[in-house]
Design a protein around this ligand. Structure first.
Ligand code: LIP
Length: 338
């Protein structure tokens, strides 16, 4: 079955009108009433939620144009926590643009951005925009065309709207709680996620393509655990590994989440990234039938600020739980500490 729902020659900037709609079964039911009461308790309603999604898409596209027209060699990057954790003038300029646009449109909402975050800042329960101006800064610096603007709205510390835009490929992923998740490509084709409406079976890790990232903390117990698990994922079953199809490391956690939402990647296991790396991808994934549990064994309900994530694509719940338990088993009694 073809899951493409819009195929037009429309300009990419028109994708704000993604055909997000709740399933028919969700309309005029007690759930719909509960949903509107919940939104109202935060000063929101369905119409506003969709306006916010459209505004986030339009701001992400504008930010994307800033990224594609920037030349990182002209304004070199500077290190943050270490030599592999870097920031450029473009990261800062994009965040300022996003901040200014959002605070003028929604002056009563909070704003949390990667480049203006101070250690100890906490996500509020009230509506909060979360911004990663360039997720995949190292890719941007090196010219790898795999970076994204990642924008989310949270309420009650949970993502409710998410937009992830890779300006170099022209992909825009968007999700709104209760309304589904979509990908619009550079060709103007919009598809509901996951891309395959009937997800393939996922009976064991052995059949999975797994995303991992390397992070920038390259010493100590977290590094030992990360690299040991990466090795176990790849190692032959005869030697105690999971023998996954392979691992992929894209350099952007936001895009990793979206690729799991699309169903292109089966799982993404990561500890140490931050709320701005995952908030938008989280709601896109959930709306595509995926789940997020902790990167550490035993925690089925991680928080978005917890820095520990195992994202699993849409599949039967028993299959999702099966691969989670298999991955956690590879960790034994070891845990990330962030
Ligand atoms: C990056 C993440 C990536 C991780 C890097 C870094 P940034 O975010 O998305 O997955 O491995 O350490 O945190 O810094 O490019 O926004």
């Amino acid at each position: 079955m073809n899951n493409s729902i819009t195929s037009t020659s429309q300009a990419h900037h028109e994708i704000g009108h993604l055909p997000l709609s709740p399933p028919d079964s969700a309309l005029n039911t007690p759930n719909a009433q509960h949903r509107s009461d919940y939104l109202a308790s935060h000063g929101l309603n369905d119409t506003l939620l969709h306006k916010i999604k459209d505004d986030l898409i339009s701001i992400a596209l504008e930010a994307g144009r800033m990224i594609t027209s920037a030349d990182p060699s002209i304004s070199p990057s500077t290190p943050k926590n270490n030599s592999s954790d870097r920031v450029t003038a473009t990261d800062k300029a994009v965040e300022k643009k996003v901040h200014d646009r959002l605070t003028s449109l929604y002056p009563h909402f909070n704003f949390l951005g990667e480049e203006t975050f101070t250690l100890g800042d906490k996500l509020a329960s009230t509506p909060t925009f979360i911004c990663d101006p360039i997720d995949g800064t190292l890719n941007f610096i090196h010219g790898v065309p795999h970076t994204a603007v990642s924008l989310a709205l949270t309420i009650d510390k949970k993502p409710i709207v998410g937009v992830v835009h890779n300006p170099l490929r022209g992909d825009t992923f968007a999700g709104v709680k209760w309304y589904g998740a979509f990908l619009t490509t550079a060709a103007g084709v919009t598809r509901r996620l996951p891309v395959s409406p009937v997800p393939k079976p996922m009976s064991s890790l052995n059949e999975c393509l797994v995303a991992v990232e390397w992070g920038n903390q390259r010493a100590g117990p977290n590094w030992e655990l990360r690299t040991a698990v990466h090795k176990q994922l790849l190692t032959d079953k005869a030697e105690g590994g999971a023998m996954v199809h392979s691992v992929r490391s894209s350099g952007s956690a936001a895009l990793d989440f979206c690729y799991v939402a699309a169903g292109w990647i089966d799982l993404f296991w990561e500890g140490g990234v931050w709320v701005w790396d995952v908030a938008a991808g989280w709601i896109i994934l959930e709306e595509a039938g995926g789940i997020v549990v902790s990167a550490n064994p035993g925690d089925w309900e991680p928080t978005v600020e917890g820095r520990l994530y195992l994202a699993v694509r849409g599949a039967k719940r028993a299959e999702q739980e099966g691969v989670v338990k298999e991955l956690w088993a590879l960790m034994g009694d070891r845990k990330f500490v962030f």
